[in-house]
Design a protein around this ligand. Structure first.
Ligand SMILES: Cc1cc2nc3c(=O)[nH]c(=O)nc-3n(C[C@H](O)[C@H](O)[C@H](O)COP(=O)(O)OP(=O)(O)OC[C@H]3O[C@@H](n4cnc5c(N)ncnc54)[C@H](O)[C@@H]3O)c2cc1C
Length: 397
């Protein structure tokens, strides 16, 4: 069996340290092979740690490039930057997230064959591999990238199920469930993200990269791109609204960034640290379990680093935040910038409620995001060409 994934920063760093020696040519050669749920294969399995930022892209790439040349680790670096690219792409086009949620509700209401959806979600379609991945996802909360691509392609083009309901199924079960990486990857398979360009899963490719474990029959032979109305032009990256660093503040930690020591590296102290309990803003119980376990870890780290009392874990609502700010004797709450997704929506709703009590809510965005996200205006390849310069500007290389 693959090793358990403790939800602590130390466990993320440990996994990274064990992976670093194979992040060069071994990763490039083996990353497309999915050996099945009992074997990590050539990939890092760092996604849950990166998703909740127990560890971050900057340190992952810095450690890899301390061991390998850029040329030999280029594939791994590019994959990590796919995550950054998707986050930036959605950040510049929040309407695509709203559209996904609307599509999801509309497709669910309009579903004509509920039985087909249930069969797909419970692994009872009779399609080899597909059924196994559905069960693997539900049992483990993880799928290899290639399995995610095959699964999404079969869902859309063979089973002809609505794409947004497939994306929703992933969000409800992945531990690393992420608004940007998941929605935009499903859109990419469907031919919406790069209009007209789809991903077609074939039996040969599946057999080759699963070591012959699966060779499904009856797969769609063509993948005709889905279509949609034009998407709005990218906006400028919004102001991060950081607070007055000279004034005392309450630190609010949320699941979108569980490493406040890095976000607020410049800050010496906070009046208190509070961790938000926000299960409704995560999609599934496996993600929620991982985040809940990580909260004890982050509260202890934050209290130690910022020399402040740990106010505990509180519901993310105006009443709890106002009470915590008042008890800490502050009029400002500092938190990490929340990228487009349910948490950002919740913070946007809370801000005016806090302001009406004279409490400012400020968000601090990481230098990594501020640097890379604005470049996600076009496709990945123009973005990729900026990676070496970006890594130099950020002091990674
Ligand atoms: C349909 C579909 C849905 C997906 N949904 C999610 C999701 O909800 N959350 C998520 O984190 N990733 C998602 N991915 C991307 C990718 O599958 C996972 O990040 C990767 O499989 C995680 O395994 P790993 O950590 O071993 O990756 P590695 O291959 O070791 O890569 C290292 C890190 O780079 C990033 N990364 C690698 N590949 C990609 C990629 N294609 N896109 C974005 N980031 C990448 C991840 O943070 C990953 O941890 C999805 C991909 C597809 C095709």
């Amino acid at each position: 069996m693959i090793a358990a994934m403790p939800a602590t920063r130390a466990a993320g760093l440990d996994r990274l340290a064990r992976f670093v020696p194979s992040a060069g040519r071994d990763y490039a050669a083996g990353r497309n092979h999915d050996p099945g749920p009992d074997d990590d294969g050539a990939v890092s399995r760092l996604s849950a740690y990166l998703r909740y930022r127990l560890i971050d892209e900057h340190e992952v790439i810095a450690q890899v490039l301390a061991r390998h040349s850029f040329a030999s680790a280029e594939k791994f670096v590019a994959e990590v930057l796919w995550r950054t690219y998707w986050k930036g792409w959605l950040e510049l086009r929040p309407a695509v997230w709203s559209r996904y949620r609307d599509d999801c509700a509309r497709q669910r209401d309009g579903l004509r064959d509920e039985g087909a959806l249930i069969a797909a979600e419970t692994g009872q379609t009779g399609i080899a591999g597909f059924d196994d991945w559905a069960r693997e996802l539900m049992q483990t909360g993880y799928l290899h990238n290639h399995a995610r691509m095959w699964f999404a392609s079969i869902w859309i083009f063979t089973l002809r199920l609505p794409w947004a309901l497939g994306a929703d199924f992933f969000l409800r079960h992945l531990v690393d469930a992420d608004a940007a990486s998941n929605t935009l990857s499903w859109r990419w398979v469907a031919g919406l993200q790069t209009p007209g360009k789809t991903y077609l899963a074939t039996a040969d490719n599946i057999a080759r990269y699963t070591g012959g474990r699966f060779a499904p029959g009856g797969l769609a032979r063509e993948a005709i791109a889905l279509t949609e109305p034009a998407i709005p032009a990218p906006r400028a990256l919004p102001d991060d609204g950081a607070l007055d660093p000279g004034q005392p503040a309450l630190l609010l930690v949320t699941h979108d960034d569980l490493h406040p020591e890095c976000v607020f590296a410049e800050r010496r102290a906070f009046a208190a640290a509070l961790v938000a309990d926000d299960p409704a803003l995560l999609w599934g119980d496996k993600a929620h379990r991982f985040v809940t376990a990580a909260k004890t870890d982050v509260l202890a780290r934050a209290a130690a680093r910022f020399a402040c009392p740990a106010s505990g874990i509180a519901t993310l609502d105006a009443q709890s935040l106002i009470a915590a700010a008042q008890s800490a004797g502050v009029r400002q709450i500092a938190t990490a910038y929340a990228p487009v997704g349910p948490l950002a929506d919740a913070l946007a709703r809370l801000r005016p409620q806090l302001a009406s009590e004279g409490i400012a809510l400020g968000c601090t965005r990481r230098a990594w995001d501020t640097h890379f996200w604005p470049h996600a205006t076009k496709g990945f390849f123009p973005f990729k060409s900026r990676i070496p310069v970006g890594l130099r500007d950020l002091g990674v290389i």
